[in-house]
Design a protein around this ligand. Structure first.
Ligand code: ATP
Length: 259
């Protein structure tokens, strides 16, 4: 569905992204996991041509994105930004409807799509449709951002630390909502995070990035069982053990003594 082939981007002679090759299958969620400056956002932005690669290419369902019109490409791909980015002068409904309006959908279709999306992200349409972003909590605003990215029924979603700025409780709720939405819609997605627990929770596979390169790609279990080096072992080991202990406790039900 998405193929990155030796994708490279230099800024001022420095390689921000260095020969990254990855494949994301239809319906799969791939996490790009790495520290600040490791090249995650630059990789994501080359997929929908917000940044052009220095070399290498991106194929979407086998088609080279370099040959597509950027605005058409961006309508086919939902994008949720690192910072929320709702337009403050527009209502929630107007924010969600941006792409459908550009596509020339009629008013009734837009209205029913907006309400359907608000339901999907668990914001009651009657209560939230006409609010302005200033009247939303951070978590609600980020739900609207997800709804907006889904508006034109994209088959591919790119998410750049969408829940990064939220408190842990709200973040946990949005992660669960997102898991459900993904399952319902069967989305293909690339999700950027620097949070290992989030990567383990959401990713079908995880690509660990460092200094612009992919160090290792695999399921969380594969990274845990066969890390290519000590840094991957250290990265994945601690939170994974915590997650296993937690799920083990849940699995054994209430009232049992934790190991
Ligand atoms: N427009 C630009 N001009 C010059 N350098 C840039 C530009 N955009 C990114 N870089 C550099 O490229 C490298 C990778 O940046 P990128 O934003 O992709 O990292 P990241 O992994 O997404 O980091 P973060 O988690 O902090 O967002 C960094 O060293 C950054 O300073």
């Amino acid at each position: 569905m998405i193929q990155l082939e030796a994708l490279t981007r230099r800024f001022d002679g420095q390689r921000a992204v260095d020969s990254v090759s990855l494949e994301v299958a239809e319906g799969e969620l791939l996490v790009l996991l790495g520290g600040s400056g490791s090249g995650k956002t630059t990789t994501l932005k080359m997929i929908n041509r917000l940044i052009e690669p220095t070399s290498g290419r991106v194929l979407l369902s086998g088609e080279n994105v370099a040959g597509m019109k950027p605005y058409e490409l961006r309508r086919r791909i939902g994008y949720v930004f690192q910072r929320i980015g709702l337009f403050p002068h527009m209502t929630v409904a107007e924010n969600i409807a941006i792409t459908p309006v550009l596509l020339g959908w009629d008013r009734d279709r837009i209205r029913s799509r907006v309400d359907e999306l608000l339901e999907l992200v668990e914001l009651g349409p009657a209560m939230y449709r006409d609010r302005r972003p200033e009247a939303l909590s951070g978590g609600q605003a980020q739900r609207v951002a997800v709804a907006r990215a889904l508006a034109a029924e994209p088959r591919v979603m790119l998410l750049d630390e969408p829940f990064g700025a939220l408190d842990p409780l709200t973040r946990g709720r949005l992660q669960q909502s997102f898991l459900r939405i993904r399952q319902t819609l069967g989305l293909t997605a690339i999700f950027v995070t620097h949070d290992v627990m989030e990567a383990i929770l959401l990713g079908d596979r995880i690509a660990v990035m460092d200094s612009g390169r992919v160090k290792q790609v695999g399921t969380a279990r594969e990274l845990l069982d066969s890390p290519v080096d000590e840094s991957i072992r250290a990265l994945i080991n601690a939170p994974w053990s915590q997650a296993e202990i937690a799920s083990d406790r849940v699995g054994r039900g209430h009232g049992t003594t934790p190991a």
